[in-house]
Design a protein around this ligand. Structure first.
Ligand SMILES: [Zn+2]
Length: 311
């Protein structure tokens, strides 16, 4: 069994306008680096389109209709000053959710060991009824609910190492039993949520937030996982681990102020793979979130995917 790479050319057609940090060049840089011979043994496939029924696992029917109905025939629609849609955005968003769904089908079906979804728009700021932070639909959270409700898993974990708190994922999963959401993120940065006091409701999602002060580097990042997140993840005994893989915690990233290095993303990936090996026959699905310095992003994704292939 190999690692599966899912993407789709439509993800390049989500046009956010000039000078927007969440741009198609990000995905082009990732695609280029994954063409290196180191990645020859990746299994590669095009992401299918998610159905509206699948979107409704994480969003209300009215919200899904509102978002898809706002996609412009030409020009741009601004959901807010950060989050814009172009004519290609609807297809890109459906392929992004569809990638996660297909990855889960392949990994749970035993046809791939694990998977990485190289897609955009990202998803972890999209809430049950909200579009924000460059995100249209809640890719990872929909995946968790798909694994729970369609595949019948009892416990699904989402672990989010993007430098921003995944307020959308947390919102979608909040009242959902059998789910776990853990996040490391920069404290007092967008979206200004994700305190340690947010632990999830009785009978709902188990939430573990670890905000890290600006300037945090490798040692404290690794401590947050070793001492706070991984023990709780092991206690939860996930049957599938979904990773919200954002690489904007890298020191070179222009959007935030953590000081992580490529080796930290390799390390955290291998830690999560170890938990997946202990708890759930190594079943892990990773989906791209942020990462805005294209050189650092490509290097981080390469190390992340290499770790997945070594599992
Ligand atoms: Zn981010």
């Amino acid at each position: 069994m190999t690692t599966l790479l899912l993407s789709h050319p439509a993800c390049l057609d989500h046009d956010t306008g000039d000078l927007h940090p969440e741009c198609a060049d990000r995905l082009t840089a990732i695609t280029r680096i994954l063409e290196h011979e180191d990645f020859f043994y990746l299994s590669r496939d095009e992401a299918p389109r998610a159905t509206e029924e699948q979107l409704r696992l994480g969003h209300s029917a009215a919200h899904v209709a509102r978002v898809l109905g706002a996609i412009p025939a030409e020009g741009w629609h601004e959901f807010d000053s950060d989050t814009v849609a172009s004519p290609g955005s609807g297809e890109a968003a459906l392929r992004s959710v569809g990638a996660v769904i297909a990855a889960i089908d392949e990994v749970l079906g035993g046809r791939s060991r694990n998977a990485f979804c190289a897609v955009r728009p990202p998803g972890h700021h999209a809430g049950r009824e909200t579009v924000e932070g460059f995100c249209l639909f809640s890719n990872a959270a929909i995946g968790a609910l798909y694994a729970r409700k369609v595949h019948g898993l009892e416990r699904v974990a989402v672990v989010d190492f993007d430098v921003h708190h995944g307020n959308g994922t947390q919102d979608v999963l909040w009242n959902e039993p059998g789910t776990f959401y853990a996040s490391t993120h920069q404290q007092d940065a967008y979206p200004y949520t994700g305190t340690m006091a947010e632990t999830g409701p009785e009978g709902g999602c188990v939430v573990v937030n670890v905000p890290l002060p600006a300037g945090t580097g490798s040692d404290d990042f690794r401590w947050a996982y070793s001492d706070l997140i991984l023990p709780k993840l092991r206690d939860f005994r996930p049957e599938l681990v979904i990773v919200s893989a954002g690489f904007d915690g890298h020191a070179a990233d222009p959007m935030a102020h953590l000081r992580l290095q490529v080796a930290d993303f390799d390390w955290v990936t291998r830690q999560l793979l170890d938990v997946a090996a202990e708890c759930c026959q190594r079943r892990l699905v990773s989906v791209l979130e942020g990462g805005y310095d294209t050189r650092a992003l490509a290097a981080c994704v390469a190390s992340h995917v290499r770790a997945l292939m070594d599992a």
